[in-house]
Design a protein around this ligand. Structure first.
Ligand SMILES: [Zn+2]
Length: 350
């Protein structure tokens, strides 16, 4: 037996003696084979014990715990949670059992720590910036209406509404960034517009609203009315930034994206509803409501960006085109959008 081996054997003997002594002192806690793990609890009872509300959607199998504006997103069989829409944390995956969603002790502890260590006031979301994007411009006129005696270009209608909307919002919210993507008749690519929105520096709890203003066209000259569009919930955006994806691993990015996406689609729908309602109040007597619709082509990379696109009316319908040349009518549209945005901010920040 070499000296080295002898030393190893000696160490093992000492270790065994120490373990035996401990076993005598603490027979159950340290060495019992039938040790029971702490019992799992239902998500509902966890919410009750935390004083939080719980919403769970059995279709997407995802849910949210909320308390004082602080949220925890989770999904059944997903071993991660999302704290305040930004921080990813590993947890034992919740599972379906006993007709409900069950969570393990470590999951419950993660939530207890989260709610215990962060003051709620500092984690409330607020709208930091509003991006107003009049569609088209410069070499791109957008839709065109041509009639006896006058011609109407979409880019001009969009800009007139956007300018007044910007003025109103700057008066109402001097402390926030109100960004108009073009101030005059200039051409911007879709990328330019999106970059402007995405380049706004954001804190963890800052959100940006993105409002795109357009006018419609149809081969049917009788078609008229206004519409509000939001991002299609089925459209997969990359809302988790590259740094997070690298830190947490590419495999979880889609999961986190799904969690974020649902919330910000909801916010986009609410923003669309608020603006749509106000349009009904302001121009409903002149222009028919054509509905709230979902679209996939918004290029919005930032997660914290409820986004809508408004089609204010048809430049190809003679009566509507005439209205869209009149400043008082354009002001009514701008005021409607303004009021809808204010309604949304009250909802979002409460
Ligand atoms: Zn357009």
């Amino acid at each position: 037996m070499s000296a080295n081996l002898a030393r190893v054997v000696q160490q093992r003997v000492i270790l065994l003696m120490v373990m035996s002594a401990l076993a005598l002192l603490f027979p159950r806690t340290l060495f019992a084979n039938d040790e029971k793990p702490p019992a799992d609890v239902s998500a509902t009872s966890l919410a009750t014990s935390l004083g939080a509300t719980l919403e769970y959607d059995p279709l997407t199998r995802t849910g949210t715990f909320s308390r004082s504006g602080q949220s925890v997103r989770f999904g059944t069989d997903i071993p991660y949670i999302l704290l305040d829409w930004s921080i990813v944390k590993s947890v034992p995956a919740p599972y379906e059992g006993q007709g409900t969603v069950m969570v393990k002790k470590d999951f419950a502890d993660a939530l207890k720590n989260f709610y215990a260590t962060k003051p709620s006031a500092s984690t409330k979301y607020s709208v930091k910036a509003i991006v107003i994007d009049p569609g088209h411009g410069g070499k791109d006129p957008g839709a065109i209406g041509e009639f006896d005696g006058f011609k109407l270009q979409e880019k001009d209608v969009n800009l007139a509404i956007a300018q007044r909307l910007t003025d109103l919002l700057r008066l109402r919210y001097p402390e926030r960034t109100i960004l108009l993507t073009r101030k005059g008749d200039t051409y911007l690519s879709l990328e330019d517009r999106v970059d402007m929105a995405n380049n706004i520096k954001l804190g963890v709890t800052d959100a940006v609203i993105y409002i795109s203003i357009h006018s419609n066209a149809s081969f049917n000259k009788n078609t008229r009315g206004y519409e509000v569009w939001y991002l299609n919930p089925n459209y997969r955006r990359t809302v988790v930034d590259e740094k997070t994806a690298k830190e947490k691993g590419q495999d979880i990015a889609p999961i986190i994206n799904t969690m974020l996406e649902e919330e910000f689609t909801t916010e986009s729908i609410i923003l669309a509803q608020k603006v749509y309602q106000r349009l009904g109040t302001m121009i409903g007597d002149k222009s028919p409501a054509r509905g709230i619709r979902a679209e996939e082509w918004f290029v919005v990379r930032n997660a914290k960006m409820p986004s809508i696109l408004i089609e204010v009316g048809f430049v190809t319908n003679k009566e509507e085109a005439e209205l869209l040349t009149q400043s008082p009518y354009l002001r009514r549209i701008a005021d409607a959008i303004y009021n809808g945005v204010c309604d949304f901010i009250v909802h979002f920040e409460q």
